[in-house]
Design a protein around this ligand. Sequence first.
Ligand code: ZN
Length: 86
Amino acid sequence: MVDDNLKNEVESLRVEINRLKSKKDIVPHRHCMNCGIAIPPDKQFCSKKCEDEWNTLLRRKKMNMYIWMIFLVILIIILMASMGGL
Ligand SMILES: [Zn+2]
C-alpha cells in the first residue's frame, strides 16, 4: 500500500522532470504582442497588420486615460467649488 503510493509519487515526479526538460528544449521565441502567436525573438509582432492593430488599441487606451483624467479634474473642481460655497 505504502509502496504503491511511493511508486506513484516517484512516477509523477519523473513525469514532471521530463516535462521541465522538454520545456528547456523549446527554441527561444516570443509572442506577438497583439495576437500572441509564437514569433522570432527579434520581432514584436507577427505581421504589420498586428502592429497596426496594437498601436490603434494603445492609442485608444491612452485616449481613454486622458478622458478619465479630464473627468477627474472636472469632478475635483466641482467638489472644490461646492465646498467653497460658490
Ligand atoms: Zn499577431
